[in-house]
Design a protein around this ligand. Structure first.
Ligand code: AMP
Ligand code: MG
Length: 340
């Protein structure tokens, strides 16, 4: 029997075009903090003196994330989002500033993706068994699907910017699950900066944002998520220096039905789980909120339309496509431009 040589996978390295010239903090140490939020975990690495009073920093981080959950969770019946979803037709609602910021960004991505991203997909997400009201994971019957389709529609959501209000046209179910984790990451990063931590790496459920450099002069290096790392054509390392990365994938939450893989990413235009073979999409962006929303949007559009749109908008995106039992990478021009 001959044994094949074990080769380390090749590496791809991505670095940002702009590097902050501020020198690394002298005598600093890297501290790790962690906790739970949004049904998943958060992790922060930050540079500070050798001794760090951890409790107030953990409390500040947890406070930012708890505020996002209290306003925008589909899973907390008392959240502002759930109250909006349950409100009567034609009622106007004053919204908290953060909620409004996320809603405006979500509608921007919905518009730019022609509805592939839709923050009003809540009823569809529920119908396919991925929402909070789901009992068993079962595809909906035709009548339930038709009703859920009628309930979506970001175009029906009227905003009153100056008064920070939104109109519930009736039956519209907001779902911010494709954008809120990224937004939480941004809030934590902003808070850490305000607390005087110029160098930090923030992660919520796999979405990441890195700022500054470490005491050893290196940026925060992270490895891009892959659906099956053993089958990746290369390890992709990314210097998160003033950048965020988010990954959306059919391997994160799904179930099998009649031999088909049903993903938690739904195409809001026909109401069906995505099925064009894109296993994951990673997007690199300055704002984690937008990396998060765009990774979902491009996952819905697929490697054809999605790549064309990413190139038109200058988005750095990597599609991992299932092909012949393996995976193939498809990268946008802005992603290629980050490669060393
Ligand atoms: P992500 O992991 O960021 O791709 O977010 C996936 C979650 O977003 C799902 O579990 C749903 O709650 C929600 N979702 C599914 N499809 C869409 C879509 N087309 N637009 C916006 N949100 C979606
Ligand atoms: Mg997302």
């Amino acid at each position: 029997m001959t044994s094949a040589p074990i080769l380390a996978p090749p590496r791809r390295v991505l670095v940002p075009a702009h590097v902050d010239p501020t020198p690394p903090p002298l005598g600093g140490a890297v501290h790790e903090l962690a906790g739970r939020t949004m049904g998943t975990t958060w992790r922060v690495r930050l540079v500070s003196g050798a001794r760090l009073a951890r409790e107030p920093v953990v409390a500040a981080i947890q406070g930012e994330l708890d505020a996002v959950v209290a306003e925008m969770s589909t899973w907390e019946p008392g959240s502002d989002l759930c109250r909006f979803n349950a409100a009567p037709a034609q009622s106007w609602h004053a919204l908290p500033a953060r909620f409004f910021e996320v809603l405006e960004a979500a509608l921007g991505v919905a518009h730019a993706s022609a509805g592939a991203f839709d923050p009003t997909a809540g009823a569809l997400v529920d119908a396919w068994g991925f929402g909070p009201t789901a009992g068993t994971r079962q595809p909906p019957d035709a009548a339930t699907l038709a009703q859920a389709l009628r309930r979506r529609g970001w175009e029906r959501l009227a905003l009153d910017g100056p008064a920070r209000r939104a109109l519930q046209p009736g039956g519209l179910a907001l779902d911010f699950s494709a954008i809120a984790k990224g937004y939480g990451v941004d809030r934590v990063a902003t808070r850490l900066h305000a607390l005087g931590f110029a160098s930090h790496l923030v992660e919520v459920g796999g979405e990441l944002r890195g700022t500054g450099i470490k005491p050893d002069g290196q940026p925060w290096w992270v490895q891009l998520e892959h659906p099956e790392p053993a089958l990746a054509p290369a390890d992709t390392l990314l210097a998160l220096h003033g950048l965020s990365v988010a990954t959306s994938g059919d391997y994160r939450r799904w179930y099998e039905h009649d031999g088909a893989r049903l993903s938690h990413t739904i195409d809001p235009r026909d109401g069906l789980p995505i099925r064009h073979g894109v296993a994951s999409v990673s997007v690199i962006h300055a704002q984690c909120m937008l990396a998060d929303a765009w990774s979902t949007a491009l996952g819905v559009l697929g490697a054809g339309q999605g790549l064309a749109l990413a190139n038109r908008l200058g988005l750095a995106a990597l599609f991992v496509v299932r092909r012949d039992g393996g995976f193939e990478d498809v990268a946008s021009a802005a992603f290629e431009a980050l490669l060393q």
